[in-house]
Design a protein around this ligand. Structure first.
Ligand SMILES: NC(=O)c1ccc[n+]([C@@H]2O[C@H](COP(=O)([O-])OP(=O)(O)OC[C@H]3O[C@@H](n4cnc5c(N)ncnc54)[C@H](OP(=O)(O)O)[C@@H]3O)[C@@H](O)[C@H]2O)c1
Length: 317
């Protein structure tokens, strides 16, 4: 049976359409003008603005699908992290996530033309159909979108078994982005290929441009994982980051070992202690602009823009 990926999900925000500031970043109670403080950092209390809203309303207000067509596809990156920066617990993101995070994750899927995900995540999370729910499909149609976003998988080795629910679903439409000339062996899903190679490796900017031109993808949601996300940022391809900060502390990734086991402990625990970005260091770091903040329970939902100047400073190559 088709199952939605139970991974995790997104960060949202409220009325902040593109360009709007955080929903509630009004300074608390006036105070002296900034100039009176010189360069001293200022702090604003994030006060609640209006009644609490459901995930559907939050995403509806962003109107993501109404954005005009650009010359390239826009890319939203959606990740979840523990308060100490872990992107997985026990090799999955689900344990970090909570209901509110999952709700926004699925609402974001409802707004985009394509979902982009690395093969590592597809394997770990056993990805299923992107929109299995008929009501959500109908909502997409009413927005002038296809019933389901195109499921786009990035892979080098093409080691994706046909039993992964997404690939085993005959009605699923999947695009594999790869530098390889190989094809997946007989998946039930309808699979097409974007093959874009540069020096033997996948050329992500070219592959995304082909998704835009060949498949009409205007707005894309990347759901990770950390290795793919880092490369997309390094290539200057990410427009926004939706980051859920989950109220958990998980530790791990201790290269100096634990108190009980002494120095040098590594191996499986470290391998699982991924952060939301993995791979090459982004140099210089990408500077983000805050677009919005929401709270649900003790979880924070942060929405950031990657300014054009930052996208242009990368690729770092
Ligand atoms: N916290 C979160 O928000 C979040 C989100 C997503 C995933 N996760 C977790 O992250 C873990 C997976 O991490 P990951 O970083 O390994 O996942 P990933 O980025 O999804 O997958 C890495 C794999 O994607 C393919 N790939 C990525 N970039 C490529 C490129 N430029 N060219 C060709 N292939 C490329 C390769 O697949 P091949 O091996 O097939 O060549 C590579 O091994 C899972 O445990 C998952 O639960 C967490």
């Amino acid at each position: 049976m088709d199952q939605p990926a139970q991974s995790r999900a997104c960060a949202g925000e409220r009325a902040a359409r593109e360009g709007a500031g955080p929903q509630d970043a009004a300074p608390a109670g006036g105070g002296p003008p900034a100039s009176a403080h010189g360069d001293t950092p200022r702090f604003e209390r994030l006060a609640a603005a209006g009644a609490a809203q459901g995930a559907a309303h939050v995403i509806e207000e962003l109107g993501l699908w109404q954005r005009p067509a650009g010359e390239r596809a826009r890319l939203l990156l959606n990740m979840v992290s523990t308060a100490d920066g872990r992107a997985t617990l026990g090799g999955r993101s689900g344990p970090i996530s909570a209901d509110a995070d999952r709700a926004l994750f699925h609402e974001l899927r409802g707004a985009v033309d394509a979902v982009l995900v690395g093969a590592g995540t597809v394997r770990a999370e056993r990805y299923g159909r992107i929109i299995p729910d008929p009501a959500r499909r109908a909502l997409r149609r009413s927005r002038g979108l296809s019933e389901e976003p195109l499921a786009c998988i990035v892979s080098g080795r093409m080691a994706l078994d046909g039993e992964i629910p997404l690939l085993a679903a005959p009605s699923a439409r999947v695009v594999v982005l790869t530098a390889s000339a190989a094809s997946l062996p007989g998946p039930a899903a309808h699979v097409e290929y974007v093959r874009a190679a540069r020096d033997g490796a996948l050329d992500l900017p070219t592959a995304l441009a082909e998704l835009h031109q060949r498949f009409g993808v205007r707005l894309m949601l990347c759901e990770g994982g950390p290795h793919l996300a880092c490369q997309l940022l390094a290539d200057g391809l990410v427009d926004e980051l939706f980051l859920t900060l989950s109220p958990k502390l998980a530790g791990g990734a201790g290269h100096r070992g634990t108190r009980s086991e002494g120095p040098g402990r590594s191996g499986s625990q470290d391998a699982q202690a991924l952060r939301i970005l993995a791979g090459e260091e982004l140099q210089p770091p990408v500077e983000l602009e805050l677009l919005g903040v929401l709270r649900s329970g003790a979880s924070l939902f942060l929405r950031y823009r990657v300014p054009a100047r930052e996208r242009q400073r990368h690729p770092i190559g």
